[in-house]
Design a protein around this ligand. Structure first.
Ligand code: PEP
Ligand code: MN
Length: 338
């Protein structure tokens, strides 16, 4: 981190700053230029509050030369992280094909969809029990009862399950859930992230509607710094001026997040587009870009789905897509594995 001082800084204030930095175990290298003094800070600068330093009278500017995330940073962990979800590996060439309905509705529905997506090649089952809906009048999910039905489908098919937590108070219900999803709206629920840092389960962390890569990685850092390093990053579409699609799928997130981080990157083409006819194309685009997995909404009767029907694939459409994804990955991803 570089601190640029204003010309002729007050010496007492400068001494105070240097003492404070030393207390944080930061070594300060001073460089006296013709008109300005620069302080080069060496040490774990991630603990420093950059805005606090910027606000000092004697400081003109502060620049980070290293990212503020450590655990999620590829610089300190060059190899891809491979996450083992009860036998299903994700990352480092292993692909997560997560499929299932937006919401769990009935036992028949979740079991039928679970069997169909498994037969088509899915290796993880999704299904929402706690639903973050824009309107309080929309279906909010079957909650605890939904989780029970999801676990029935897990027992029936053997597929590990992915489902969303919305609040810390629900955590006890997630004991038999294999992957805890943190939805886009909760990406910066820091108390929830901190708590998940102490849970021994993989977390699928979705990018917020208007969050930067760095903010997503800082949220991953919240979980990882608590000790839980099993984090998968998920791009699910971001907000823009365009209203034709529900969101804009940022395929660039795949190469960028792979460059910045060692964590697996999953793409959600369903929420990104909002329209089922676009989902296969975007899923293939994500696979071609080197994503480590897909999370796709599949419903046995999309026209009557209780949530997100317009973006849900039928089991037949999913069965057509899954082998294409597999074939494409063989072509473009080194070391592609199921
Ligand atoms: C979901 O996966 O059903 C969901 C609500 O996703 P997001 O948080 O990305 O909107
Ligand atoms: Mn949904």
């Amino acid at each position: 981190m570089i601190v640029v001082l204003k010309p002729n800084p007050n010496q007492a204030q400068l001494d105070n700053l240097v003492d404070w930095l030393k207390k944080h175990e930061i070594t300060v290298h001073t460089s006296n230029g013709a008109s300005q003094v620069l302080l080069g800070l060496v040490g774990d600068t991630s603990v420093l509050d950059i805005d606090l330093i910027k606000a000092l009278d004697i400081v003109e500017d502060v620049k980070r030369i290293q990212e503020p995330y450590k655990a999620a940073n590829r610089k300190f962990h060059p190899l891809d992280t491979v996450i083992d979800i009860n036998g299903v590996k994700v990352g480092g060439g292993h692909f997560a094909m997560i499929a299932g309905p937006c919401s769990i509705e009935t036992e028949e529905q979740i079991i039928e969809v679970a069997r169909a997506v498994k037969a088509a090649g899915a290796n993880l089952l999704r299904g929402g029990a706690f639903k973050p809906r824009t309107s309080p009048y929309s279906f909010q999910g079957l909650r605890g009862q939904g989780l029970k039905l999801l676990l029935e489908a897990k027992k029936d098919t053997g597929l590990p399950v992915v489902t969303e937590i919305m609040d810390l108070s629900q955590l006890d219900l997630f004991e038999d859930v294999d992957v805890i999803q943190v939805g886009a709206r909760n990406m910066q629920n820091f108390e929830l992230l901190k708590a998940l840092g102490h849970v021994d389960k993989p977390v699928l962390l979705k990018r917020g509607l208007a969050n930067t890569y760095q903010e997503l990685l800082m949220s991953a850092e919240y979980i990882m710094s608590g000790g839980n390093e099993k984090v998968m990053l998920c791009e699910r579409g971001i907000r823009s001026f365009e209203t034709y699609t529900r969101n804009i799928l940022d395929i660039g997130a795949v190469p960028v997040l792979h460059k910045l981080s060692h964590l697996p990157v999953i793409i959600d083409p369903s929420h990104a587009t909002g329209m089922s006819w676009m989902v296969p194309t975007m899923a293939l685009g994500a696979a071609a870009a080197g994503a480590d997995g897909l999370i796709i909404e599949v419903h046995n009767d999309p026209a009557h789905a209780w949530c997100d029907g317009p973006q849900s694939l039928t089991p037949e459409a999913f069965a057509e897509l899954a082998p294409k994804v597999k074939a494409l990955r063989k072509l473009v991803v080194d070391n592609a594995q199921d």
